[in-house]
Design a protein around this ligand. Structure first.
Ligand code: AKB
Length: 314
């Protein structure tokens, strides 16, 4: 059977790159990009596009009926910083969007579902260094709360209905194609743009705020590898710890100075995103992903910076 893949939230930072990659693998016509906004990039001409609001279950059901997807990626979400500005909307979108997809996956017997979680599921009392797969989890953002609840729902639907749902806890993702979507880790993207435009950047996180990060190519490859892995090797049905590297704004600035000598990093006095970042892990233990589906990142900080500058300069 040929795979047909529906990507909900295709216009975002991850969706933009995931749709292109999936279309290279499965063929343009086999990957249906869905979003509430029309895409303003290559994807709109390359293959099918549908307007979908994941909260409108009838419209979503039409998509399941029309395409009979073999895989559904649900990427539509409000992230940590924007979620705090509208907590009820964040809960509604992040939670009911997932439940709509899981319900329809059960009704249509969709073979595989992908849903991203985040390092935001951890909180102030989680271990900060090499945060393990299983530990205290007390997220204090609505985004983190919705992701933790979502993980429990994913495992519940797997155990109760046998839905083959797979998930990764993304760290901060660094990319140059599409703008990031209102997260706490976005500084690590804005810094590259400002370094090129102004030679300086005002960071909303303090010099020593260390966070787990990953270059987008690794994230897309890892996601597809997880989806391709045999079901019997997937031992975690909540969400896998997943990481590429960890750095602080200061370490990143030092790396940027290798490309732009004289680059200056300033710090904003207070920003609510600092409190969010301070509650998150500094580094992640992703040994379970390494063991179950051979996860291995390819990008370190110097390779990431090189890719960002080469592509942004173009
Ligand atoms: C955010 O900062 O909210 C996201 C995330 C780590 O999930 N990038």
């Amino acid at each position: 059977m040929r795979d047909t893949i529906v990507v909900i939230g295709s216009n975002g930072q991850i969706g933009t790159e995931l749709v292109s990659e999936l279309r290279k693998i499965y063929g343009d016509g086999q990957v249906i990009a869905c979003d509430i906004r029309r895409p303003d990039y290559d994807i709109k001409n390359a293959g099918p596009f549908e307007f979908v609001n994941v909260l409108e279950k009838d419209i979503l059901k039409n998509i399941f009926q029309k395409y009979k997807p073999t895989q559904v990626y649900l990427l539509a979400a409000l992230l940590s910083a924007t979620g705090e500005q509208n907590p009820k909307l964040a809960w509604d979108l992040n939670m009911n969007g997932l439940l709509n997809v899981l319900d329809l996956a059960e009704e249509f017997k969709t073979p595989k579902i992908y849903w991203p979680s985040s390092i935001a599921v951890f909180g102030p009392n989680s271990p900060k260094v090499q945060t393990p797969q299983y530990c205290v989890m007390d997220p204090n953002t609505v985004y983190g709360i919705s992701k933790l609840a979502g993980e429990r729902w994913c495992e519940y639907y797997f155990q109760k209905y046998g839905i083959d749902v797979r998930s990764i806890r993304y760290p901060g993702l660094i990319s140059w194609k599409a703008a990031p979507g209102g997260g706490t880790t976005d500084y690590a993207i804005h810094i590259f743009h400002d370094a090129l435009k102004k030679g300086s950047y005002h960071s909303f996180l303090s010099a020593d705020t260390e966070l787990p990060m990953m270059y987008i190519d690794d994230a897309i490859r890892g996601t597809i590898e997880l989806m391709d892995a045999p079901a019997e090797s997937i031992n975690i049905r909540s969400s896998y710890n997943f990481t590429g590297m960890s750095f602080t704004p200061e370490t990143l600035a030092e790396e940027i100075r290798r490309h732009i000598p004289g680059f200056k990093l300033y710090y904003t006095e207070y920003d609510q995103r600092q409190a969010i970042a301070s509650s998150w892990p500094k580094s992640i233990d992703d040994s379970q992903a390494q063991k179950d589906w051979a996860w291995k990142p390819e990008f370190d900080l110097s390779k990431l910076a090189m890719e960002m500058f080469n592509n942004l300069k173009r």
